[in-house]
Design a protein around this ligand. Structure first.
Ligand code: BG6
Length: 505
């Protein structure tokens, strides 16, 4: 199928995301011949740059962040990049932008299809679409216009509702693509494929056989250069409201009627709608927050969160969060979900763990006290793959049981590189496929679900924000949080099959 020609406009083109993720992802599509020949990219931001300067910056960025092993086409690709300076809140700037777009359209013989990617500070997510609409840059008479919005979608429920209304005033829902880059990860999409393309998992995927579900997304890095943004956000807003709840949804959703976007997104939404509201009186029991402290990791001194650039010295922002909750529907009634995420933990791992119930009766020694011997670990990153843990007889006399691993690694599947999340999502937005983009209803439900925790934490300073030394698995009482329910966290290591609190780094 021939692809429509289009212009790709990136707002915030002088920023970090553009050079680290967006341009490398687009370059990767380019070298795979997945873009039309007259592909044109216009970078836009406040910084004054010429086309040539922008090209040079992106060339340097590609030398560093190129995700393919092809460097031969960087110069050719750079020739397709252009740049315009724009004051985001100034209407006249948008008229000039239109003139520039028309001139690029004519010079490069492109259709009037345009994708606007907002890679700007979130405060501009309302302003830019509004100004674009005022200047009629959302008009689809001569070609489609799509708007891609990065997270965070709002700061809380009120602001998310406001943003939703603001966008829908001038744009149609099918023009809006809300990015959650986790949905672009191959392994996240594979959650659905593993569940719904196999007959063996689905019969067990319910409260009858599953004891609990655990989802971990740990990072070894701190806030890096993003202290200013992060300090106003925190782990709950930055990771749980979007990425982790999307993982919950894909793990818990019902089989969609078809693989069409609407059918899949409807099932995802139903999970969000079934999250049991968190009672404000229970927040102390079901939510745990922590903040990383300075420490020495592998001989290197690491700053505590409050000493990071852009962070307030008395900051109460959480860099670690653990939550316990339920999904009130037929499939999941009574099954607890435990999720946790944090910065400056021992390793960077994201995984979903299905803990199956033990057998109704223990026949063999070694089998007792094994509340979740059978685990299915769906590893999102790194060492992407699937691990099944089950009991095996230890060779020799008697019937001694030992837990063993059966593992599949994506790396063994094919030589093919796993495309980056941005590469997949950008390609889908070009094709006009919204399956892997969040709908506003989902995001609104996610905010509704988390508001009690955010409000109780905000209004009750006495609720502890536990410090944890960088490089450890979070606050000391993070274990009690789950052990009191008769289970424990899995402590993943970088290698899928390994686990333990002190993995080799
Ligand atoms: C981003 C968060 O959305 O996801 C970051 O803002 C976080 O704080 C990042 O580090 C994690 O993404 P990934 O793909 O590295 O797991």
């Amino acid at each position: 199928m021939a692809m429509d020609s289009f212009i790709y406009v990136i707002f915030g083109a002088s920023g970090d995301l553009t050079k680290r993720k967006l341009v490398p992802a687009i370059y990767s599509l380019y070298v795979q011949n997945l873009l039309p020949e007259n592909f044109t990219l216009l970078g836009v931001s406040r910084t004054g740059l010429t086309d040539e300067q922008f090209r040079m910056r992106m060339t340097t960025a590609l030398e560093q962040f190129n995700e393919t092993d092809n460097t031969d086409k960087i110069q050719e690709f750079a020739g397709k990049l252009f740049y315009s300076t724009l004051q985001y809140d100034d209407s006249q700037s948008y008229e000039k932008l239109w003139d520039r777009l028309i001139s690029l359209k004519n010079i490069n013989d492109v259709s009037e299809n345009i994708i606007y990617y907002l890679s700007t500070p979130p405060e501009l997510y309302g302003v830019i679409p509004q100004r674009l609409a005022e200047a009629k840059l959302n008009n689809q008479a001569e070609g489609w216009k799509r708007l891609i919005i990065e997270k965070p979608f709002g700061y809380d429920l009120t602001s998310a509702l406001l943003l939703k209304d603001m966008l829908l005033k001038d744009w149609k829902e099918d023009q809006l693509y809300r990015i959650d880059h986790y949905l672009g990860k191959e392994t996240v999409q594979n959650l659905m494929v593993t569940r719904f393309s196999n007959g063996i998992f689905e019969p067990l995927w319910n409260s009858k056989y599953i004891d609990h579900v655990e989802i971990t997304s740990s990072e070894s890095l701190g806030v890096e250069q993003r202290g200013g943004y992060y300090d106003k956000s925190g782990a709950l807003r930055d990771m749980v409201q979007n990425h982790l709840l999307q993982l919950v949804a894909l793990t818990a959703m019902e089989p969609p009627a078809t693989a069409q976007p609407a059918a899949i997104r409807n099932e995802i939404l139903k999970v969000f709608q079934s999250l049991r509201p968190i009672d404000k009186d229970m927040v102390r029991d079901v939510a745990l927050r922590g903040q990383y402290l300075s420490s020495t990791i592998g001989g290197t001194d690491v700053k505590g969160y409050r000493n990071e650039e852009g962070v307030r010295q008395d900051s109460k922002t959480e860099t670690y969060v653990a939550l316990k909750f339920y999904i009130d529907n037929w499939r999941w009634g009574g099954v607890p979900f435990y999720i946790r995420t944090g910065k400056r933990l021992p390793t960077r791992v994201t995984e979903v763990i299905i803990h199956f119930k033990p057998t109704p009766h223990s026949l063999f020694s070694g089998q007792t006290n094994c509340s979740s011997c059978n685990q299915l670990v769906m590893r999102i990153q790194p060492d992407e793959g699937i691990l099944l843990k089950f009991g095996m007889k230890i060779p020799g006399a008697g019937f001694e049981v030992q837990n063993v691993n059966m593992e599949f690694h994506y790396s063994g599947l094919s030589e093919q590189r796993i495309p980056s999340a941005y590469e997949r999502l950008i390609f889908d937005s070009i094709k006009g496929d919204p399956t892997l983009f969040a709908r506003s209803e989902e995001l609104i439900e996610a905010w509704k679900f988390l508001m009690p925790v955010l409000e109780v934490w905000r209004d009750n300073e006495e609720i502890p924000l536990h410090g944890y030394p960088s490089g450890t698995w979070g606050p000391e009482n993070a274990d009690d949080f789950i052990v009191k329910d008769g289970t424990g966290w899995r402590y993943p290591c970088e290698n899928l099959a390994d686990n333990g609190k002190y993995c080799e780094l």
